[in-house]
Design a protein around this ligand. Structure first.
Ligand SMILES: Nc1ncnc2c1ncn2[C@@H]1O[C@H](COP(=O)(O)OP(=O)(O)OP(=O)(O)O)[C@@H](O)[C@H]1O
Length: 298
């Protein structure tokens, strides 16, 4: 269910609402669904990348889609964020239908895609300004909105530098702040810590935790087990299918009969295959190769 005052239009973020942050708190008490997929399916020719996915992410929840490379996580994110049309089933974000109400969905959702999406030739401030205009934030509010986003990302001192000079951690923080500028209710992060060193990874994760405490709903795709362990609930997916869904403790109890196990063991028991980093695709391998001085320096 959505707050009526925010429904129906591209966001007109008010200064008090921007950059993440003080506002919010669940719009609906009692864990209403922020994201609802019903039989969600996406085919690419003969390949079914997402195969009848049915799940709900509750308001204010930190929810992980956990699965190996190629499981269909990014495809799911692309459908939820209206980038890709489902070939079957339905999906709703904050009560809006991704197919019939894409504009409303985009107003309610903030996204950090797996692929870096900053313009390296622009400064941090310019990157945010472009996005503010694209998001329909009123001209009179752009300056304050961008200032707050930069401060939130702890990049105010670097606002005038081109992104080319930024480390992987800084880029990710900037992308996260950008995703929040229009005051979305739901944040979707597709492998947000991919290619980051442990310190940058931890920092980003702390920011996600803070946002969650502020009432934001967060859906995170990952194949890093410690990140999934930190989530309220985890959906384990493989080959486009949902295998199990529950809190980490529930999954371990249900699948293995003991809570002392790891999610890796749960995955292994479900699929007979480990959830390995070695299965990383070429991009992950390239990113690993280019890691330097602790952070990604591409
Ligand atoms: N545009 C596309 N055209 C054809 N096949 C695609 C396309 N996008 C994804 N796929 C295929 O769909 C399957 C699911 O891919 P997807 O990227 O959603 O998985 P993932 O779980 O996000 O993995 P990764 O972490 O590697 O991105 C893979 O087999 C992939 O090759």
């Amino acid at each position: 269910m959505q707050d009526e005052s925010r429904a129906g239009a591209l966001p007109a973020a008010e200064p008090a609402e921007v950059a993440g942050l003080e506002r919010r708190g669940p719009a609906v008490a009692g864990g209403a669904a922020s994201v609802r997929c019903q039989g969600l399916t996406r085919r690419f020719g003969d390949l079914t990348a997402v195969d009848g996915l049915t799940l709900e992410v509750r308001e204010g929840e930190l929810f992980a889609l956990l699965g190996p490379n190629g499981a269909g996580k990014s495809t799911t994110v692309h459908m939820l964020t209206t980038v890709l049309r489902p070939t079957g089933g339905t999906a709703h974000v904050a009560g809006f239908d991704v197919l019939r109400q894409p504009r409303e969905v985009r107003a309610q959702i903030g996204v950090v895609f797996q692929e870096p999406a900053l313009d390296e030739r622009l400064t941090a401030r310019e990157n945010l300004e472009v996005h503010a205009h694209l998001q329909g934030i009123r001209r009179a509010w752009v300056r304050e909105t961008v200032d707050r986003a930069l401060a939130w990302a702890e990049l105010a001192a670097r606002a005038g530098q081109t992104v080319r000079a930024f480390s992987g951690g800084m880029r990710r923080r900037l992308e996260l702040a950008r995703a929040l500028m229009h005051g979305p209710r739901v944040l979707v992060l597709d492998e947000p810590t991919l290619g980051l060193d442990p310190q940058a990874r931890r920092r980003l994760w702390e920011q996600v935790e803070t946002l969650r405490r502020d009432g934001l709903t967060a859906l995170v795709t990952t194949h890093y087990l410690p990140e999934a362990e930190a989530c309220d609930r985890v959906a384990i997916v493989d080959r486009g299918r949902l295998l199990e869904l529950g809190t980490p403790a529930e999954l371990k109890r249900r699948v293995l009969g003991r809570e002392g196990a790891t999610l890796e063991e749960v995955f292994l028991a479900l699929t007979g295959a480990p959830l390995r980093d070695e299965e990383a695709g070429p991009r992950e391998q390239i990113l690993s190769f280019h890691r330097k001085g602790g952070e990604l320096t591409r």
